[in-house]
Write a protein that binds this ligand. Structure first.
Ligand code: BG6
Length: 468
């Protein structure tokens, strides 16, 4: 049986659903300069807003002007919590101001009040794939140590303002995506950084991560000063990387591949750098800006819980020129975007991570991006129901059979939103269909999908309706 207090809900990110990109004093954020793409065409990152380009996050699904109706639908679903993020550029439009933008703060007051009216607990990410564009263009983003102070000021402003409305926080969304330096999306959305051709990108990435670890830990310390009951989590992307085969070389390759995911949680949770990373820095002769004071902050600012996303798994194969190469798993089916569908991977990662840290875990993203067919107001998304059902069953096994402590489950996404990687709206995730297409055309009207009614039953029965 799941606990009575299990946090059922849904998740979204400000830049992917709010819209109103330049209203009420909001500054431009790094996602506001990303065009739309597709499964085969990457999004472009432009130098500012260029006439004639289409930027899907500008309108998104316009939750900003629909928040009351949308939250009412979440209440109808039975949400106990709602995971959202704050758009940093609504609070500090350029990121380096001394005083926050009151209109931005007031907007989130209204959103949180609306949630609390229905007994829905807000779960808030401070930086979900965005930051003020000016911090990227003027300071070089997280390459710059000054970012620590800007972030801590922003975090502290939010903690002070919402100390009586929000208990659960997370600092950086999927911080460990930074490790994948070959995809420019990660450096840009995660840190406001575009790597230069002639730099050692890996060394820069470790520097960026270090500054973010210090900022996150300092934020934890500030949070506890403001309200000792705050629960502050990290947020990691935890798709398992299995060995491609049972050859010992592949098994070792999988360990090395998973180190790249765990490096980030090791620092957030244990408050210190793991030995495998220190060895790597030594071998590569990296020279990072890191002070004794930074290390003390990291040591004392460890997180309370582990928030993570789970969508898919992959595999690692030994390669003589590097630690491993990633190979898709031939044993599992894939979505239309090539994402492996592997429910057992969720139970697997819950076990592995819980055994490693013994901290409560919060599944803050899990979901199925798919093309939905709209038939006169009806959307039969049984493929999404199947995906979520299979994953929830594996989560139940992890809790009920393996003893893993899971705080809650907030599928991605509560409602259709703009896809982060492709900028499409057609890659739909929600329980609620939004009538906008990839060019932002449509009425914006909301419709309940078949999964809406299914998920409502799951929450109502605390998942007792799903047996294994
Ligand atoms: C996670 C992100 O990586 O995956 C979300 O935290 C994102 O912001 C989600 O939307 C799904 O990815 P995508 O690219 O399909 O939107």
């Amino acid at each position: 049986m799941l606990s009575k207090n299990f946090l059922w809900g849904g998740a979204v990110a400000a830049n992917q659903y709010e819209g109103a990109w330049n209203e009420a004093g909001k500054g431009i954020s790094v996602t506001d300069v990303m065009t739309n793409g597709s499964v085969s065409e990457p999004r472009k990152i432009t130098e500012g807003i260029i006439d004639g380009e289409y930027y899907p996050n500008h309108q998104a699904i316009d939750f900003y002007h629909h928040y009351q109706d949308d939250i009412k639908l979440f209440a109808e679903l039975g949400f106990k919590c709602f995971r959202l993020s704050i758009a940093w550029a609504r609070i500090f439009p350029n990121g380096d101001e001394n005083e926050p933008n009151e209109e931005g703060l007031a907007y989130y007051d209204a959103v949180f009040d609306e949630c609390l009216k229905y007994g829905i607990e807000p779960v808030v990410t401070l930086s979900h794939f965005e930051m003020p564009f000016a911090l990227a263009s003027k300071y070089g983003g997280w390459r710059n140590r000054k970012m620590i102070d800007f972030f801590v000021r922003y975090a502290t402003t939010c903690f002070e303002r919402y100390k009586d409305k929000v208990e659960y926080w997370m600092t950086f969304n999927e911080i460990n995506n930074l490790i994948d330096i070959d995809n420019p999306f990660n450096g840009w959305t995660g840190a406001g950084v575009l790597y230069k051709e002639n730099e050692d990108t890996e060394e820069t990435m470790f520097q960026i991560s270090h500054y973010q670890f210090v900022a996150s830990a300092q934020a934890v310390l500030e949070a506890k000063r403001i309200n000792k009951d705050f629960q502050i989590g990290c947020m990691l992307h935890f798709g398992p990387i299995y060995p491609y085969s049972c050859k010992p070389e592949d098994v070792m390759a999988s360990v090395k591949a998973m180190d790249r995911r765990f490096f980030f949680s090791d620092v957030h949770v244990r408050g210190k750098y793991p030995s495998y990373i220190k060895k790597l820095w030594e071998r590569k002769e990296f020279n990072l800006d890191m002070t004794e004071e930074d290390l003390q902050v990291i040591k004392h600012g460890a997180v309370d819980y582990i928030g993570f996303s789970y969508y898919k798994s992959t595999t690692a194969q030994f390669d003589s020129t590097q630690d491993f190469v990633e190979i898709p798993n031939p044993n599992v089916p894939k979505s239309d975007w090539g994402w492996a569908i592997d429910p057992i991977g969720l139970r697997y990662i819950l076990n592995v991570v819980y055994e490693r840290y013994e901290l409560p875990m919060f599944i803050v993203e899990n979901g199925f991006g798919a093309y939905d067919q709209f038939n006169n107001g009806e959307i039969n998304d049984d493929y999404r129901i199947n995906y979520l059902q299979d994953h929830i069953i594996e989560m139940k096994k992890a809790i009920e059979l393996d003893g893993v402590e899971v705080m809650g489950y907030t599928p991605w996404a509560a409602i259709d939103i703009v896809s982060a990687s492709t900028g499409e709206l057609a890659k739909r995730y929600g329980f609620i269909y939004v009538d906008f297409d990839d060019n932002g055309l449509g009425s914006g009207k909301r419709y309940k999908k078949m999964s809406f009614y299914w998920y409502k039953d799951v929450i109502d029965s605390n998942a007792e309706c799903l047996a294994y």
